[in-house]
Design a binder for this molecule. Sequence first.
Ligand code: ATP
Ligand code: MG
Length: 328
Amino acid sequence: MRIFSGIQPTGRKHLGNYIGAITQYVAGQDRGEAIYCVVDLHAITVPHEAAALRESVYDTAATLLAAGLDPERCIFFRQSDVHEHTELCWLLSSVTAFGELNRMTQFKDKAGAQRDLVSAGLFVYPVLQAADVLAYRANEVPVGEDQRQHIELMRDVAERFNGRFGETLVVPELRVPPVGARIMDLQVPERKMSTTGGTEHGTVLVLDEPAVVAKKIRAAVTDSGSDVVRAPDKAGISNLIEILASIRGTRPEEIEREFDGSGYGAFKQAVADAVVHYLAPVRERYQELRADSAGLEQTLANGAEKARAIAADTLHDVRQAMGVGPVR
Ligand code: ATP
Ligand code: MG
């Protein structure tokens, strides 16, 4: 069983990333051969600063290690260190329909948010993402709900490739957590919590100080009622219920039962306390790890070497199947 996932180094990671993706990465280390990368090549599809990107890779790497990724039990690397990803992206672009890419909601959302240039890279993003996963012949991709459409696309791409050129690639399965697959922005609970598209006060960062975390949660937008129950017209409360259920490892129904009649104030305080407790140890470990950039660089370089060995094998087979280069 091989597991693969990638995470962007754009800005600092948030509670949605933590609950939707990072906790699944950590658990994946016990379930199979786990491979994770920091996808700097995806981050350059929107405007960025070169020096800041390099630092952000270390920020994200330290966050994941602080959360429990163990380089002895998984392969952890920086995407751009393994050139096979970009080569496979080009090869797969020939079996990806333009019309499919045109239907991707993430592209529409992100293109709409750009002030000037909408890069071709932003449009091709899902093909690079397909290459990331398919290069490792991964069986499973742990992600948040927002990535469902991209995983379906990569499955179609793998199937189309195999249909045209013979069985070469593994068609991966999506894995989203049963609770917390789509954490919403605390200020605009109709929108997902997001690194680049969210509100400042509605986004709880993994590295926020405890007082800031608590303040953001207590200030979460809720409806004018008082019942702690999930409902379509109670997006804010529904989101807080999901957050608490996920942190406690229980079901949302249990949370509704426990806070029946307690009112929003007490409930929000309980969520704030739980999130503070949940993130505080990660923040402490982060500070230690982040101070050693050279150590982080070494960890990523070691991971890249192991990753390359696997990806190169797939690339060999893909090139042979497509008739690219001499027979080897
Ligand atoms: P951006 O908004 O710029 O795309 P992001 O916040 O989505 O950034 P990514 O690095 O793209 O961050 O996502 C990393 C992982 O976190 C992905 O698996 C994604 O599905 C998951 N994820 C992102 N946002 C949420 C969310 N609000 N709830 C649950 N999972 C999420
Ligand atoms: Mg994203």
